[in-house]
Structures are given as structure tokens and as C-alpha cells.
Design a binder for this molecule. Structure first.
Ligand code: GSH
Length: 302
């Protein structure tokens, strides 16, 4: 069994992006389910303050943000197009847009009865109350306003019309799926599969592409407990090549936080600076040292 652990929850669109990527990459993985909102004591030990989902783990290396997780999947599966940094500027800009503006617009248009019933089935009333309080608070503290909720439907419809017009190949940018396909998929999955909102109906090419994407599945995975994930973290983090240990800040105490929303920082010692990522070392009394990987793009280092 592979050592790749995904910390996620079923209704999380960004987790779906990674689950589907794992299916496409045909990598085995271990599934560790986390709650829909903090507190998440296990993840706090692994990733510090970082509060977004998904988080991935390979032993004592912890990967925050779907961009960094995708870079790991790309290198494990030899599928370079899954890593954002291997794509051209236009595709990278497109991914930034769908992962922020289209993601939020999709959440706003997905308030269907069907979604509410699924949420009621999956969570207790107390947790639903906590969930909404948490998300309202997160929205208040956000540093960006991704989309005006009143314009969300318009934004999603324009996005769907653009996709329908642009889809001339099997996938968005050619015959092979890239990170852009998975970034596009997760928001539409939330609208179409989870909320069952009838918004995609008049876009046959988009629906066919969704079917092709969905066919990748989630790959072979086994469920593990939080205790097992903790046990896996009691290992040596992997070595960082000398070329990534040259930055003047290496060895300094820093904190890293997303620059958009959910901006809770993670503090640690900077031990690696790579073209696409920062690596922080954190000490846990029982686990020893863990290395936490963050993207550089969209994150602030203080
Ligand atoms: N930039 C992040 C965004 C992740 C994200 O926004 N995830 C949502 C769930 S789909 C989240 O963390 N919501 C708050 C939470 O679950 O606590 C990534 O690419 O992983």
C-alpha cells in the first residue's frame, strides 16, 4: 500500500479535485476522514494553524493546498500536466480563477433542497450550526471578496457557456487532462453531483466532459484512523536538496498563511525554498520533526 494519506471529507470540492486526480493517476492511497470544520486536533499537530482541506501526508511530510498535493501526485505518477507549475501562464491564470471566483460562485448557486437533505443526513444539527458559524466567520475574516453572491448565477452561467464553446478536444487543453480539468471539475461536481442543481443541462459538451472526468474514479484506497495517520508521521521527513537550502531566510522562524481566505498562519523554521514551494519544520513533542509544504503562489511568508 502506498504511503500517501489524504485528509479530507466527502462534501469538500477541493478534496474531490484530489480524489479524482488520484483516480486518474492510478495511485493507491489511504483515506483519513476529518471533520467539516475545526477543531481538527490531528491536523493541527501535523499542519499547525493551516485550516483548509484537503491536506496530504507522506510520512512526516505534510502537504497543504491542492496545488502542492497535485505536484506530489504529478511526480509520483509521472504525469507532469497535473502540476500547475508545468503549465503555461494562461492555464495558470485560468486555474487561479476557477479555484477562487468560480469555486465561490458555485457554492452560492448550490443551495438546493437536495443538498440540504444530504447535509442533514451527514451532519448533526449541532454540527450544522457550528459549520455555518464557522463559514460566516471565515468569510468575514477573508482578505478577498471572490464574487458578489447576487452575481454568482451569472458568473457560473458565463463560465459554463465559455466551457461549452471552448471544448473542442477530449479535455480542456488537449487530449490529456491537466490540472485545469480537475480545478474545473470540482466546482461543477458540487453543483451537479452534490447539489443536483439543473444548471449544466443545456451544455452537452460540458456534461460529456464531466462524464469522462468522473470515469477516472477515486482509485484504490483504504480507510485509516487518525491514530494511524499520526503513527505514520513518526518518521524522518525526506531530505531537502542543498540547492533548496540557499535562501537567506533558511533557518529563520517564519509563519506562512494563505493570502485569500482561511488565513490562519502556520509557524515553524524555514528549511526549504523551492521554485513552487516553501517547507517549514515543526517540532511536535511526540512526533518529532514534521516538514510542512506550502505553495509560494497565493501564500504570505512573514
Ligand atoms: N487553496 C486551497 C483551497 C482549499 C479550500 O478552500 N477548501 C475548503 C473545502 S473544499 C475549505 O478548506 N473550507 C474550510 C474548511 O473545510 O475548514 C486548495 O487548493 O487546497
Amino acid at each position: 500500500m502506498s504511503q500517501f494519506i489524504l485528509h479530507h471529507y466527502s462534501m469538500s470540492p477541493f478534496s474531490e479535485k484530489i480524489r479524482l486526480m488520484l483516480g486518474y493517476a492510478q495511485l493507491d492511497w489511504q483515506s483519513c476522514i476529518t471533520r467539516e470544520m475545526p477543531p481538527r486536533p490531528l491536523l493541527a499537530r501535523l499542519a499547525g494553524g493551516y485550516r483548509k482541506i484537503p491536506v496530504a501526508q507522506i510520512g512526516a511530510d505534510i502537504f497543504c493546498d491542492s496545488k502542492i498535493i497535485a505536484a506530489e501526485i504529478a511526480s509520483l505518477s509521472q504525469k507532469p500536466l497535473l502540476a500547475v507549475e508545468n503549465l503555461d501562464e494562461a492555464q495558470q491564470a485560468y486555474i487561479a480563477k476557477v479555484d477562487l471566483e468560480i469555486f465561490f460562485a458555485s457554492l452560492f448557486v448550490s443551495g438546493t433542497l437536495k443538498l440540504n437533505l444530504k447535509v442533514l443526513k451527514a451532519m448533526s444539527l449541532l454540527d450544522i450550526t457550528r459549520f455555518f458559524a464557522d463559514r460566516i466567520n471565515m468569510g468575514r475574516k477573508a482578505k478577498v471578496r471572490a464574487v458578489n453572491p447576487l452575481k454568482a448565477k451569472e458568473v457560473v452561467e458565463q463560465h459554463l457557456a465559455d466551457l461549452e464553446q471552448g471544448l473542442s478536444d477530449e479535455f480542456l487543453f488537449g487530449q490529456e487532462p491537466s490540472h485545469a480539468d480537475f480545478s474545473t471539475y470540482h466546482s461543477l461536481w458540487f453543483i451537479h453531483d452534490l447539489a443536483e442543481a439543473p444548471l449544466l443541462q443545456s451544455y452537452p459538451k460540458v456534461l460529456n466532459w464531466m462524464t469522462r472526468m468522473k470515469a477516472f474514479g477515486h482509485g484504490y484506497h483504504v480507510s485509516i484512523s487518525e491514530q494511524e495517520a499520526l503513527k505514520a508521521a513518526k518518521a524522518e521527513p525526506r531530505l531537502i536538496a542543498d540547492e533548496y537550502r540557499q535562501d537567506v531566510l533558511i533557518g529563520e522562524k517564519v509563519s506562512i498563511a494563505p493570502a485569500d481566505y482561511g488565513c490562519e498562519p502556520t509557524a515553524g523554521i524555514l528549511v526549504g525554498v523551492m521554485p513552487e514551494r516553501y517547507i517549514l519544520a515543526r517540532q511536535d513533542p511526540q512526533l518529532g520533526i514534521v516538514h510542512v509544504h506550502f505553495p509560494r503562489q497565493g501564500y504570505t511568508l512573514t
